[in-house]
Design a protein around this ligand. Sequence first.
Ligand code: NAD
Ligand code: TDX
Length: 369
Amino acid sequence: MRSLLVTGGAGFIGSNFALYWAEKYPDDRLVILDALTYAGNKANLVELEGLDTYRFVHGDIGDQALIESLMLDEKIDLIVHFAAESHVDRSIHEPDAFIQTNVLGTHNLLKVAREVWLERDDAPSWHRFQHVSTDEVYGTLGPDDPAFTESTAYAPNSPYAASKAASDHLVRAYHHTFGLQVTTSNCSNNYGPYQFPEKLIPLMIVNALTGKPMPVYGDGSNIRDWLYVDDHCRGIDLVIEKGAIGETYNIGGNNEWTNIDIVKQICTHIDNIFAADSELRSTFPDAPAAAGKPTESLITYVKDRLGHDWRYAIDATRATNELNYEPVETFESGLQRTLKWMLDNESWWRAVMDGSYRDWIEKNYSAGE
Ligand code: NAD
Ligand code: TDX
């Protein structure tokens, strides 16, 4: 039985991971630590409430005393580190929190992990620090460039990517210098249930259902490599189970799309779903599809993101060969599942979007700018 500290476990990927882990390893202890920023939501973990193995702690990864007492009290031997500021646009407008959490917060975790796992007489015989990172650390690709491998040089372009790159380097250094047992995974764009509707796919779905403009940055030609969140969770599991200490693994979907193609696919799916289910017209009366109009009428080209990376693509050959990793969800099925989840969970996305988020996005990315 392991005792996990899952940081950022009330966010999108962290909560999907916690649900995945609780089902697959029901005997493991799951301690979720989350600062509940705008992106964190305890409601994501409601299925775990009542389990003896589950504990939620509201706190900051930068709080040294808290992390130390949690690690000792809960006999933590596995940290799975998701907590981060994760939205590129926010990092362009307000970068400080990214340095605070992604760089200093990660360093605080490493520092305490080193003390508890390497310097104490009562240290556990086995420990692991699994760091969850991103493909954005590798920079951007041209149309004919090969996909990122684990040996691609780091070239982060946004404050978000730079802060994640810094955290990756710290994780590496704590292994090399102190012998901390670490693994790092660098994953491509995720989508699926519980994703905060500031990211492309859930934002477009919400706007389509509520009749708001669907803001496509620049000309919509930028390319991302999309992975259904459960496939990322399985990939992290494999890295923990089979990954070599001190190594990094790229996890991806082998699934590149331009942004505009993604947005158009969402529009077509929504048109078809409304055509097949007339009840949706009263549930979402502001959707163009409720009036029989094409959802694509909401697509609005807006000013481009500053420093917008043109293309990301992950080469996951190493994870495939060494860990037996393969994504199982197709983009078609993953998008359908995500749409169904959003249609069935209107109260979730309405609640998380209450507050300052809508004002923020409208201020920075108003249609037609
Ligand atoms: P998210 O923004 O949905 O969730 C982040 C969570 O971290 C939130 O619950 C938030 O409350 C919590 N948090 C933030 N600051 C904290 C702090 N100081 N202390 C404790 N908790 C804090 O992000 P996500 O999309 O779930 O991403 C999770 C991780 O995966 C991040 O490290 C991100 O860089 C990485 N990642 C994300 C993607 C993606 O497509 N979303 C792809 C690759 C890697
Ligand atoms: O309204 C939008 N319009 C638009 O055209 C939004 C929100 C995005 N975009 C574009 C920008 C990107 O090219 O869509 C693409 C995807 O944007 P995001 O969803 O913001 O993701 P991205 O910037 O690619 O970063 C994501 O993947 C890597 C996650 O947010 C990161 O946390 C992860 O590390």
